[in-house]
Design a protein. Sequence first.
Length: 77
Amino acid sequence: MDGHKRPDVINYQLNSFLPLMAQYEKRMVHWVADGPNLVHIDPKLGPDNKRVITVFQDESCFHVNKYKANIWCTLQL
């Protein structure tokens, strides 16, 4: 068992992680299906808010050093 069903982990997920992600989600770009196309919907941000861009990562490492010629860059729009 990896611990994801432990009471303390469930409490953290429900009372800390998920509410925080809900706040972040309001500042993320949303994509909505429109037939075969996806429509880009920008978040409505206040003057002091910045857009949140999520980067998800799994724990796989089988591609380590495979693509040495490639580089990941972020672009601030």
